[in-house]
Design a protein around this ligand. Structure first.
Ligand code: ATP
Ligand code: MG
Length: 467
């Protein structure tokens, strides 16, 4: 009722019939050309000098209006990719089916897209209605209607400082509403990833998802299963590294989107301890990202999969396998099961394993070993991971505290720190070694450490079982 009334009063058009955009002058939106990057400004100028339309579009306009720093600046134009290339000397064609142009402006890479046309009746889809091909050029109005949310269909002209608003995106942004352009069900069917984008953008910008866009999510969540793993993983990674991962995860839960979409999260969130660990890990990465500190993907994935590795590790050890080979087997098993679904690259998988494999080594503070741990290229991430485990109550906080001191100490103080380590611990280690016939090899010592760590995870196993 209310929607209909609003539509009538504000003449809110149907997505497919919207033709004339509202032209919003600088005096009402207040976004000046100096706020966009110099690269995107120069790209627009170069194109419009040759008579083409060129606008900064999408996320950048939305973010600037919402006073969020944009990640990148994209340009949309009516020039074809070949025409764009002729206007910009340092540019390159990207993509085969739908070509876009990358222009290199100093340090910046500007993505330039030719207006996309409406989806034809004969658009190629999979059995569930997901659009597989999307490669016709069209008018600017069609380009606007193809975008996902009203706040993403805003075109900023640096020359006039006007915003062309096809779907009342500026008003929606002011009212803090994320609204889908057109019929939400149809748009989710065309591309189910839009449901995840809705959650991420709402969290990032502090918007409420319009009820009409929110309602169908639960029943359509299953469609995400047909999305190629690489695309899904890309979006999930964006979500987890958005700086608002905790909020996103809560919302995913609330919308029933975590199940199936993120079987991985199903596993880790099954027990209160698992959930606590993940939420702490994400709160940690959120804070780092918001402070502009880099946060490597390997840390995030290492945290997400850690509990599962622990469970598999325990299972393998119960078969009588030695702790260290069992750990390696567990790491490989978990990564090959989840890695595919999450499209974790081989390189990232290698980094994740290093973070995990360093955990038992932190506990073994004898002789030269702590020095080699310190020199390990993954030390920083692995140490942060150790701190996280302590925060989650998985290990004693004294361990990361010791390593903090050890890192910062000079060589004399380091020797001192090693010497003053609990003599009890040293005695225990010595006893174990002599029980095994005095084997002083690296493998045996590593095993001790792994056993210490195994004991700790054993405690958690009990907690999990109790929960
Ligand atoms: P951010 O850059 O913060 O991740 P964004 O909205 O800019 O968010 P991009 O992936 O950079 O996301 O996409 C740029 C623009 O392309 C969007 O603003 C939107 O207009 C359009 N777009 C992106 N993905 C989709 C999609 N799945 N369906 C329709 N339009 C999309
Ligand atoms: Mg963007």
């Amino acid at each position: 009722m209310l929607r209909k009334f609003i539509n009538r009063v504000f003449k809110r058009d149907d997505a497919s019939t919207a033709r004339e955009p509202a032209v919003i002058p600088f005096s009402s939106h207040g976004m000046g050309r100096e706020q966009i990057s110099s690269g995107s400004r120069r790209v627009c100028a170069a194109l419009s000098e040759r008579g083409y339309k060129a606008y900064v579009v999408g996320g950048a306009v939305r973010d600037l209006l919402a006073q969020v720093t944009p990640k990148d600046f994209d340009v949309a134009t009516d020039a074809t990719p070949d025409e764009v290339r002729r206007c910009l000397r340092r540019s390159r064609l990207i993509g085969r089916r739908f070509q876009i142009v990358h222009a290199y402006m100093g340090q910046e890479v500007i993505e330039i897209t030719t207006f996309r046309g409406a989806l034809g009746e004969d658009a190629k889809t999979d059995a569930h209605g997901r659009v597989l091909r999307d490669n016709v050029f069209g008018s600017q109005a069609e380009d606007a209607a193809r975008r996902d949310f009203t706040v993403n269909a805003l075109y900023f002209d640096p020359a006039t400082e006007q915003i062309l608003d096809y779907h009342h995106g500026v008003a929606d942004l002011k009212q803090k509403t994320l609204r889908v352009i057109g019929d939400p069900k149809t748009r989710y069917r065309e591309d189910p990833v839009r449901m995840l984008r809705a959650i991420r953008l709402a969290a990032k910008l502090g918007l409420a998802i319009d009820p009409a866009a929110r309602r169908p999510i639960r029943e359509m969540a299953g469609l995400l299963e047909n999305v190629p793993a690489a695309r899904l993983s890309d979006e999930i990674f964006k979500l987890l590294s958005s700086g608002h991962a905790v909020q996103c995860l809560r919302q995913l839960h609330a919308e029933g989107l975590h199940q199936g979409t993120l079987p991985l999260l199903d596993v880790v969130l099954r027990t209160p301890e698992g959930e606590r660990f993940i939420m702490l890990a994400l709160a940690d990465t959120d804070a780092r990202i918001r402070q502009d500190k880099s946060s490597a993907p390997c840390f995030l994935f290492a945290a997400l999969l850690w509990r599962e590795v622990g469970a598999v590790w325990r299972r393998i050890r119960e078969t009588g396998e030695h702790p260290l080979p069992a750990l390696h087997q567990a790491m490989n098993e978990v990564l090959s099961a989840q890695g595919q679904k999450l499209a974790i690259t081989r390189r990232v998988a290698g980094d994740i394993k290093e973070i995990w494999a360093l955990q038992p080594r932190f506990e073994h503070r004898v002789g030269r070993r702590p020095y080699s741990v310190l020199e390990h290229p993954r030390f920083r991430a692995a140490y942060d991971f150790l701190r996280l485990r302590a925060k989650a109550g998985e290990i004693d906080a004294a361990l990361p505290a010791w390593w903090l001191e050890f890192q910062d100490a000079d060589s004399e103080a380091r020797a001192q720190l090693l010497a003053t380590l609990s003599p009890e611990g040293a005695k225990r280690r010595k006893r174990r070694r002599s029980r095994r016939g005095g084997k002083g090899t690296q493998g045996a010592e590593g095993e001790d450490a792994a056993m210490d760590s195994a004991a700790l995870s054993g405690d958690n196993a009990k907690n999990d079982a109790a929960a």
